[in-house]
Design a protein around this ligand. Structure first.
Ligand SMILES: NC(=O)c1ccc[n+]([C@@H]2O[C@H](COP(=O)([O-])OP(=O)(O)OC[C@H]3O[C@@H](n4cnc5c(N)ncnc54)[C@H](OP(=O)(O)O)[C@@H]3O)[C@@H](O)[C@H]2O)c1
Length: 250
């Protein structure tokens, strides 16, 4: 699929761009600044090259067998991932794609989205990745919104012909960026009022190696996902890690 990322130059956007490009999707990394978007693509290509080199070395030196090797990305997948990444201005990144991911800090999400909506084709899925975090002492919680969740708050300004899906909110950028490490033990929770869009985003999530999509429910459920992320960051701080992730048993 073709996917555009608004603010794809940030930590979460870069991490998602890498994983999605490795899964074979065409990724347009959007930025307010074209040069920055291009620079990030160059840096991500270098990161892919380094991982490719390291994996080659690991398999040739250690003679790991096929069963272990298949857990990792192949050289061909990594080479293809580089071709799948392109840097553009936000307004061009959201045009003519199947899905637009919103990956800017929540404080700027509504204004940014408002400006870009005229460029988004009807039928394009809007994937909201933002989390309205608020720090109270050493604890993270979420800002509250009259609509129930931040995703629903954003959806209020989005035309009906652009379905809104909340997804990838509970997966840390750190986990996504470390592409040498498979995403085992990580679930991608997905919520939307539009069943067809929900299923499409679940398909996108499942296309990422090891990631498992969990369809949660309506867009109101995004409130729970936002709070899960607040808990995740609080756990990370307490346990001095950046690796925390959620996997449910069903
Ligand atoms: N980081 C995580 O682990 C994580 C995990 C789950 C969800 N999230 C959510 O994902 C979103 C992005 O997080 P992040 O850590 O990637 O954020 P970030 O690195 O701080 O920012 C992402 C991008 O947002 C753009 N941006 C910054 N200020 C802006 C403004 N005033 N107006 C428009 N665009 C602006 C920038 O892109 P340009 O300068 O290139 O335009 C920046 O590279 C947040 O809502 C966060 O809650 C993050």
């Amino acid at each position: 699929m073709k996917i555009g990322l608004i603010g794809g130059t940030g930590n979460q956007g870069q991490g998602l761009a890498l994983r999605l490009a490795m899964a074979g999707h065409e990724i347009k990394i959007g930025s307010r600044n074209l040069e920055k978007a291009k620079q990030i693509v160059t840096e991500l290509n270098k990161r892919i090259d380094n991982v490719s080199f390291a994996l080659d070395h690991l398999f040739s030196e250690k003679g790991m067998d096929w069963v272990e090797k298949k857990e990792f990305s192949t050289t061909q997948e990594l080479e293809q991932a580089k071709k799948n990444l392109i840097g553009l201005k936000n307004e061009d990144a959201v045009k003519n794609v199947d899905a637009v991911f919103l990956t800017v800090p929540f404080q700027y999400a509504k204004n940014t989205l408002e400006q870009l909506l005229p460029n988004i084709n009807p039928g394009t899925i809007l994937v909201d990745v933002t989390v309205p975090l608020k720090k109270v002492g050493k604890t993270f919680i979420c800002e509250t919104f009259p609509e129930g969740s931040f995703s629903k708050h954003l959806a209020a300004i989005v035309p009906e012909n652009i379905p809104v899906v909340a997804a990838f909110k509970t997966i840390s950028a750190h986990r996504l960026m470390h592409i040498e490490r498979p995403l085992e033990g990580v679930d991608a929770f997905i919520a939307s009022d539009d069943d067809e869009a929900l299923a499409k985003v679940a398909e996108i999530a499942n296309s990422i190696r090891h990631l498992r999509a969990i369809e949660v429910g309506s867009l109101l459920c995004a409130a729970s996902l936002e709070l899960m992320t607040a808990a995740l960051i609080t756990i990370n701080i307490r346990h001095k890690t950046r690796q925390t992730s959620f996997r449910v048993t069903i």
